[in-house]
Design a protein around this ligand. Structure first.
Ligand code: SAH
Length: 284
């Protein structure tokens, strides 16, 4: 257990006109636990701290005419200068940015310090783009501000940090190997006429691994065929089901126990793991 004075592994600073939106939903479950344990430190800052003049103004009309206000570059640049430090990786949330993926989440999870700028209104003066390391979009739609997108990015990053959850969970889930995750079942063994596939209750780990790989490929082909083009060769039955844990644990540790031992199986479930872990954790 990490002490309260331990320097966090990762620091995240967010800049927003609505800093109270953070940590918001990140106080619960996996990210909440990572925050309380000091695995990650999250600081939100009011962009108006760097606002101009007596009114701490941050926005203005758009040159050339058009609807809406645009964030001026000076306050955002000043915030970046103040927060970035020696190892800060600056991200601008923007619908025109790189589409956020699990691969990018892994890349960001390996960085010690992220600074995330969350614009509002029509966005920020274009000259800010050259001051950031990355522009990120969470999808092809327009939200009212960068805060929800930033929360999405932070959640995806934090759950990948060592100690946030069982490494085997993140090694196997959707997108980890360019595939969607295989179908999962828990008790009861029969629900509204549909039985849990026989192979999963048989206890034959190799057969389970093969079945899961086949179902993952099938599911991906059906709902996200474009992911298959990008899937790398590592997506073989062996590496799919058992390999790829982040800390080099034995491969079969990643294969869940058969359903016939629900007690062991239950401990692996993330929501139960939360409860189980929170019970033993001392709150700061
Ligand atoms: N006028 C802009 C949209 C501004 S929306 C345009 O047409 O591109 C206001 C802010 O919300 C953006 O500057 C961005 O920070 C955030 N935002 C909205 N949708 C987003 C998305 N899909 N991904 C990331 N950020 C988004």
């Amino acid at each position: 257990m990490r002490g309260a004075r331990h320097r966090a592994d990762v620091r995240i600073d967010v800049v927003s006109l609505f800093p109270a939106l953070f940590p918001g939903p990140l106080t619960e479950s996996i990210p909440g636990r990572a925050l309380r344990r000091g695995i990650v430190e999250l600081h939100s800052h009011d962009l108006r701290e760097w606002g101009l003049g007596r009114h701490r103004s941050v926005d203005d009309y758009t040159y050339g005419g058009g609807p809406g206000m645009v964030l001026r570059p000076e306050p955002v640049a000043a915030a970046l200068d103040a927060l970035r430090g020696p190892d800060g990786f600056a991200i601008l949330m923007d619908p025109g940015g790189e589409l956020f993926t699990q691969a990018r989440a892994r890349d960001l999870a390996a960085r010690p310090h992220l600074v995330i700028v969350c614009p509002r209104y029509e966005g920020v003066d274009d000259r800010i783009r050259r001051l950031v390391d990355l522009e990120l979009s969470i999808g092809d739609y327009v939200l009212s501000g960068g805060e929800l997108p930033a929360l999405v990015v932070i959640d995806a990053v934090v759950r990948l940090l060592p100690g946030a959850i069982d490494a085997a969970s993140t090694a196997e889930e959707s997108f980890a190997a360019g595939l969607l995750e295989y179908p999962q079942y828990t008790r009861p063994p029969e629900f509204r006429g549909e039985r849990v596939p026989e192979v999963l209750v048989g206890g034959d780990h190799a057969a389970v691994a093969r079945w899961r790989h086949e179902r993952a490929v099938e599911r991906t082909r059906r709902s996200r065929p474009e992911l298959l083009d990008r899937a790398h060769e590592a997506a073989s039955p062996a590496s799919e089901a058992g390999g790829g844990t982040r800390d080099g644990e034995p491969a079969d540790r990643a294969v869940p126990p058969p359903l016939s031992s629900p007690a062991r199986g239950r401990k692996r479930r993330s929501d139960d793991a939360d409860r189980w872990d929170e019970g033993g954790a001392t709150e700061p």
